[in-house]
Write a protein of this length. Structure first.
Length: 94
């Protein structure tokens, strides 16, 4: 399983972790999950539920790791409950 390992010289603050997560998202579903959580929480970046949703959707559809798949599906459900009707429309038109 790929592991998201940021450069040790980078500070551990969330705003520094976001670009690393985005850059490494293609290296594994765990990194994608971490990136989605940053979008979801707005830690270090502007909160963007519409951006978080597709990352969770990819994980829940394509990963073979059952625990990660379940976690992503749960996060998707939580996002939908928090999203406005306009955000849901934007997301479905993706």
């Amino acid at each position: 399983m790929p592991v998201c390992r940021p450069n040790k010289e980078i500070q551990k603050e969330a705003h520094d972790a976001f670009p690393i997560g985005r850059e490494n998202a293609n290296s594994g579903y765990v990194c994608m999950f971490q990136l989605a959580r940053l979008y979801q929480s707005g830690q270090g970046i502007e909160q963007d539920l519409v951006q978080a949703y597709p990352w969770f959707a990819v994980i829940s559809r394509f990963t073979s790791q059952q625990d990660l798949q379940t976690a992503a599906k749960n996060q998707q459900q939580q996002l939908v409950a928090r999203m406005s009707p306009q955000q849901i429309i934007i997301q479905t038109r993706g």
